[in-house]
Design a protein. Structure first.
Lengths: 377, 377
């Protein structure tokens, strides 16, 4: 079950990848997330907010960080929050805290969870937790899946949206049923909300309403929010007090994290109001791919600002053509493949400010031309 | 043995402490480390270096970080290095790696080690290591102390200089004897070099010569080097490959750490050439305290840029007087006490750029006046 849907095949040389990324960076139009900024531009963008605070955070204390923590806790319907360097730190400590509280070292998550695929088994090697993988590989976890769990659990981790399967979301009814199940079993419910910010639209619920279903929530600031790095863990005041101790242990209680905090706060302010636009644009663009491409997007109708796209060509065959097309059309349409097989490439498209800058009509033209030149060629 | 020399007594209210720190920040002259900078000033100071690199580090890769790692590895006489968010992360993972390599979970360090006092027992709770405390409480570890160890060890951690006992250093002969002992026993020797930068003077050895005695070295960038945050772990290429995996597990492999890296690199460039001056100034200033104060500095003749100072008054009695004096003389002479008893305060003085700005004659006048007004009053 290790790395179940992540093909380790990689047909692209490191030189090609560098060249491809440079080509994308030089395009004036891009489908992915936010405008690329140099370090200089990033640092300069923090100056106005920096000027509003008399001092940086110091070992997790100070107005800048504590006020931001309160802001995000309230946004997510929780009592308290803790700013952390990374999601890996946030989530493993959350599960460890629940395991100790429930006197049980077993935790459940989907086989494509970040903990299972991308953290070198930290939950196991570092925290002594055992995992119970739940749900079908390419589908969201549903209430019926939980009935297959026959071991005691400290916590169940759900991810909204589920990144590795294209940003799929369970229905609100499903979520409520799963929350009810966890509650009835005395199991803590933890949310991997790395990309939660765009989920309000689909559920027609506030982030606080979504967050309130969970005992603890992790959110990220550098993905859809365009921060530098950093995460927030939210929960009860008691839970966050515990988390502060674990942060110290994990080496995450730094003398200051002020550049990350400033960028996170700015990113939140700038991008949260645009989430409905990102989600609408993602739906439109997925539709265009589905009209012009022989394969369909995953999911077919993206509920949030993220979807995947499969092209049935090997990376070695496909990507040089894509690079040439990008140069010719001055447009970054596909990132490097997220996963590959011998005969296909899977791409992850996250919609942000960049996609909004190009009209739907121009996206239609670009995607049609791309399909004509490269897919149907 | 928990927190052996750190008195938990704290007679100062949090309001007083804030007010005191504000007073110090407003003084034009200061004895401590480097000029205080606002977040704005810090960010602006990074701009020239940021402009020299085309892109930020990404998950530990890229010219900016890898070139800096190579630079510091070479400085410390090692093959490879890894930039990390914190020293806690660096040191616990170093000991964990040695423990796994040596198939032994016992590691030795001084009772005042950072691992013993300030990390919420991470080495134990998170890494399953057992500690063997070695050496006398207020003295450096010597070769004879090692003969009292009668259990197998994976690693011995030495700290240079030893922060909690005023920056004391063992002699070079002692160091060599301890290294020989560790080697003969097949025990890895790890260096807590958080403040190593100022040790070259005393030993009349390069940092590389000092570093070469050890199998792994941790150094810090935000203390004497005036960086933002961050640490480096150095060792063999094989050791650092292992460390990269542990960094992932600990949640320290961030999408970018560029502000910390830029500030660390700049801090190294700016402050390493000044280390001999810091050390000489520390010796001079300690001498002045010893001339004018009834107590003597710890150590009496500081071998590096750090020393401690004890004043035989309670914090409650002493510190309001110190605050008033600081306002009157426009001079920050004492930080908040590092430790307290009912009848005494212990202060840590780290010498950096600030102390150099005031002539020895003026320091003499200030310290004499302070002693007259407050100590001998």
């Amino acid at each position: 079950m290790d790395r179940p849907n992540i093909q380790k095949i990689n047909m692209l040389s490191s030189d090609f990848k560098k060249q491809y990324l440079r080509t994308l960076a030089n395009c004036d139009n891009s489908l992915f997330r936010h405008p690329q900024r140099t370090m200089t531009e990033r640092l300069q963008s923090l100056l106005p907010l920096a000027a509003q605070y008399s001092e940086a955070d110091c070992y997790g204390q100070g107005e800048l960080v504590n006020e931001f923590e309160q802001q995000v806790a309230a946004m997510l319907g929780h009592e308290a929050a803790l700013f952390l360097p990374s999601g890996t730190m946030a989530q493993t400590m959350a599960l460890r805290i629940w395991a100790e509280k429930k006197h049980c070292n077993q935790v459940a998550f989907h086989p494509t969870s970040h903990l299972q695929l991308h953290e070198q088994n930290a939950y196991q090697v570092l925290h002594g937790l055992d995992s119970c993988l739940v749900g079908k590989l390419n589908e969201v976890i549903n209430r019926a899946d939980l009935d297959t769990i026959h071991i005691p659990l400290a916590a169940l981790l759900l991810e909204l949206p589920m990144r590795e399967i294209g940003g799929q979301l369970p229905t609100w009814k499903e979520l409520e049923a799963q929350q009810k199940w966890a509650k009835s079993q005395g199991i803590a419910l933890h949310l991997d909300g790395a990309r939660l910010w765009s989920c309000s639209e689909y559920y027609q619920k506030t982030l606080a309403e979504i967050g309130s279903l969970f005992d603890s929530v992790y959110v990220s600031f550098y993905k859809d929010l365009d921060g530098i790095a950093g995460a927030m863990l939210t929960g009860s005041a008691e839970f966050i007090d515990e988390a502060r101790i674990w942060t110290r242990r994990l080496g995450g209680n730094l003398i200051t994290l002020f550049p990350d905090i400033l960028a996170a706060k700015q990113g939140l302010t700038d991008n949260i109001p645009l989430m409905p636009d990102f989600v609408a644009k993602a739906a439109t663009i997925a539709k265009l791919f589905n009209q012009h491409f022989p394969t369909h997007t995953i999911p077919l109708c993206p509920p949030c600002n993220l979807f995947h796209l499969v092209i049935e060509q090997s990376a070695k065959e496909l990507m040089p053509k894509v690079m040439k097309w990008s140069e010719q059309y001055n447009m970054a349409l596909l990132p490097l493949p997220r996963t590959q097989t011998d005969t296909s490439c899977r791409f992850e498209i996250s919609i942000g400010q960049n996609a909004l800058k190009v009209s739907n009509h121009d996206w239609q033209k670009a995607i049609a031309s791309f399909a004509h030149d490269i897919i149907l060629d």
